[in-house]
Design a binder for this molecule. Structure first.
Ligand code: HEM
Length: 85
């Protein structure tokens, strides 16, 4: 697997981790025991930061590709090796 496919796959799985931390915040708040502990409140920030950097990389990929046929946001380098499911 090349680097861009690896980063695309990481972005996908980190998004699941991010989603779970957001759900944990909703669950903690729904319990009605006041403000949740800071480690729950701030848990989404690390995966969100990782998503931002990997996402910006994915965004730039089609524009930086030396292969002109790939230089389109509709079809980026990582698409070729990363099945959606
Ligand atoms: C924080 C800043 C983020 C940036 C700059 C960003 C950017 C991107 C870009 C450019 C792509 C590739 C789109 C394409 O090639 O068609 C992408 C794919 C994706 N993003 Fe993000 N994203 C961010 C955050 C998130 C978040 C918060 C989630 C979900 C919780 C998320 C989930 C996904 C998923 C599931 C994909 C598809 C990955 C695949 O190809 O399988 N991203 N993102």
């Amino acid at each position: 697997m090349n680097t861009s496919a690896w980063i695309r796959r990481s972005h996908r799985w980190i998004s699941i981790a991010f989603m779970l931390t957001v759900i944990a915040n909703f669950v903690a708040m729904a319990q009605g025991r006041g403000v949740p502990p800071p480690w729950i409140t701030y848990a989404p920030l690390l995966p969100l930061a990782l998503l931002m950097f990997s996402g910006l990389y994915l965004f730039a990929l089609p524009y930086l590709s030396p292969d002109r046929s790939l230089r389109s946001p509709q079809r980026s380098v990582g698409d070729q090796e990363a099945p959606l499911a």
